[in-house]
Design a protein around this ligand. Structure first.
Ligand SMILES: NC(=O)c1ccc[n+]([C@@H]2O[C@H](COP(=O)([O-])OP(=O)(O)OC[C@H]3O[C@@H](n4cnc5c(N)ncnc54)[C@H](OP(=O)(O)O)[C@@H]3O)[C@@H](O)[C@H]2O)c1
Length: 274
């Protein structure tokens, strides 16, 4: 990662904040440029072991006069309204505010830090904890090109990064990639269950289902072919896979189910104001 040229202030060093910190250190961000505020004793010890330079329990311990180049907000959404205002003093007109909190809108941060503040909202997902996340970013008009690039670099440290310009699409993003890992884990469970019902020992069925999903994901990642072609590559005419796909791809099959599932999650996200 190119030099950030200033302080990153990370608020909340839990699962996602901790993963980000590790990603940044691995990408070469100097630890002395990162300040982490984290009230949990255990988390603070873990962050210290991971190589964080400054790990403190409260904003009162920040160096006086510190202005953040980037303020990264990584506390639970329900705490955000109380926590975000505590860092007004560290935000200047040059600061990028980057929030990873599900459902917290750009307008909310503009109200806290000022209408002219550069804000980027991020929606990562849990594979970020192993550096393989999918993060979608959405910026306000105040975010300059270099701040958008900075936000992208900071999230790139935990996986792939994509952009949407319309913040309303974050509901669909939440439904698709936010919840997506759960659907894939369900696929592993369901494949294993189906195999076990037809006589495979439970542990063998689970190992096969898990390894197949992992291997297929890796193949999709490394191959230049689109998913539909990779599927066709496994499907010989009149063979066994085709028989299964005839069931999965019928009108009320997997696509219809996923249409309903993603629409339901999108609707729930809207209800929650997320
Ligand atoms: N995990 C994911 O896969 C995922 C995916 C998408 C978005 N996100 C977003 O990421 C954010 C963090 O989620 P998470 O899963 O990392 O949660 P988490 O593990 O609970 O991390 C949040 C951390 O914030 C700390 N904290 C509490 N009050 C604080 C305060 N006043 N100042 C600074 N830190 C404080 C918590 O400490 P204590 O535990 O001691 O209270 C905890 O370590 C959430 O807004 C969530 O919506 C997470």
């Amino acid at each position: 990662m190119p030099p950030i040229g200033g302080a990153i202030l990370l608020i909340g060093g839990g699962k996602m904040g901790g993963a980000l910190l590790q990603g940044w250190l691995k990408a070469g961000v100097p630890s002395e440029d990162i300040y982490v505020v984290e009230p949990g004793d255990e988390q603070r010890s873990a962050l210290g072991r991971a190589g964080a330079g400054h790990v403190i329990a409260s904003p009162d311990e920040l160096p006086p006069g510190l202005t953040a180049t980037t303020l990264v907000l990584a506390v639970k959404p329900q705490l955000m309204d109380d926590v975000a205002p505590l860092y007004r003093g560290q935000v200047s007109e040059l600061t990028l505010v980057l929030s990873i909190a599900a459902g917290k809108t750009i307008a909310g941060f503009e109200r806290v830090y000022g209408e002219d503040t550069a804000v980027v909202r991020a929606m990562p997902n849990t594979p970020a904890s192993v550096g393989r996340g999918a993060t979608v970013l959405c910026a306000n008009a105040n975010a300059r090109a270099e701040q958008r690039t900075l936000a992208q670099q900071l999230m790139r440290a935990v996986g792939e990064v994509f952009w949407v310009e319309d913040e309303g699409l974050m509901h669909v993003v939440t439904a698709l990639s936010g919840g997506g890992p759960a659907y894939v884990f369900l696929l592993i469970e369901a494949l294993a269950d189906a195999g076990a019902k037809l006589g495979l020992p439970d542990d063998l069925a689970m190992s096969l289902a898990r390894t197949t999903v992992i291997g297929s994901g890796e193949l999709a990642r490394l191959s230049s072919e689109p998913a539909a072609q990779l599927r066709r590559n496994v499907t010989s005419p009149a063979g066994t896979t085709e028989r299964a796909l005839n069931v999965l791809m019928r009108e009320d099959g997997l696509q219809a189910l996923l249409d309903q599932a993603i629409a339901a999650a999108t609707e729930r996200s809207r209800e929650l104001g997320r």
